[in-house]
Design a protein around this ligand. Structure first.
Ligand code: UDP
Ligand code: MN
Length: 267
């Protein structure tokens, strides 16, 4: 009898242990699943976070420039570049006594990147408080201190073809372009119809020319394509170059641009 009781006690202890371990396992699984589902499902972004009014900072008393510059940076998923860009450009502009603010225009939807629309949005949000804008790539840093960001009487293409590390054709006006409020409005901004990489700047060139605006570029810059700008564009940064329909021809010829409107999404 004694032996049987002893066996009985040993059996019960093991059972308790197994039950305890099982219960702990189930609780852990349920908890992790709960956390997982909360994370995945609770992702609706309130509209108030997506859209907000941009209020300019009070004008700096330390800076003498008469005009205010809004630096408009079209942006998506380039955080490494952004971390370098903001302090560097802020310092560069302060050294030139430029009254400025930097606006990062972050595309948060699932569509293909639309650089032009982001710049248009930035302009609409800032136009009442700023006299001119710099349409500014996040990965292009000015190195030569003679590159001037002062108020442009006519559109001023800072990242000129003879200075840009990569794009050297005459009609190139991408990278960094300064334009005053009146001229941006005169040409009705950029076309919203360019999705993915490229051509929106070439189309903007045509708009400026159609409006008979003279595009100026830096003069007497002693540096060249290798050392005027730093282009932080690693090989892992792929360009989304898929073109829609006859987009390229349409851009070059400036005929009816409605054709390819809105049809090229990222999905
Ligand atoms: N850009 C971005 N995320 C993207 C694609 C482009 O932020 O996925 C912005 C960024 O400001 C970048 C600019 O658009 O500098 C121009 O794109 P990219 O550098 O790819 O073109 P590149 O001029 O080097 O050919
Ligand atoms: Mn780039």
């Amino acid at each position: 009898m004694t032996v049987i009781r002893a066996k009985h006690v040993r059996f019960s202890f093991t059972s308790y242990l197994i039950i305890l371990v099982s219960v702990m396992f189930i609780i852990t699984v349920v908890l992790s699943f709960k956390l997982l589902t909360v994370d995945q499902c609770n992702c609706a972004v309130p509209e108030t976070i997506r859209y907000y009014e941009i209020k300019p900072k009070p004008k700096s008393k330390l800076i003498s420039s008469k005009h205010r510059l809004a630096v408009l940076v079209p942006f998506r998923e380039r955080f490494e570049e952004l971390l370098e860009f903001v302090p560097y450009v802020h310092n560069f502009l302060n050294n030139q006594q430029i009254n400025h603010d930097i606006f990062i225009l972050n595309q948060v939807d699932a569509y293909r990147f639309n650089r032009a629309s982001l710049i248009n949005i930035g302009f609409l949000q800032t136009k009442t408080d700023y006299d001119y804008v710099a349409m500014h790539d996040v990965d292009l840093l000015p190195l030569n201190t003679n590159l001037s960001y002062t108020y442009p009487e006519t559109p001023f293409h800072l990242a000129a073809p003879n200075l840009h590390p990569r794009y050297n054709y005459n009609k190139f006006i991408g990278g960094i372009l300064l334009i005053n409020r009146e001229h941006f409005q005169l040409v009705n901004g950029l076309s919203n119809r360019y999705w993915g990489w490229g051509l929106e700047d070439d189309e903007f060139y045509v708009r400026l020319k159609d409006a008979h605006l003279n595009i100026t570029r830096p003069e007497n810059i002693s540096t060249g394509t290798n050392n005027t700008f730093r282009h932080i564009h690693g090989k892992d940064r792929k360009r989304d170059t898929t073109k829609c329909f006859n987009q390229r021809e349409v851009t070059r010829n400036v005929i009816d641009k409605q054709v390819f409107m809105m049809l090229c999404t990222r999905f």
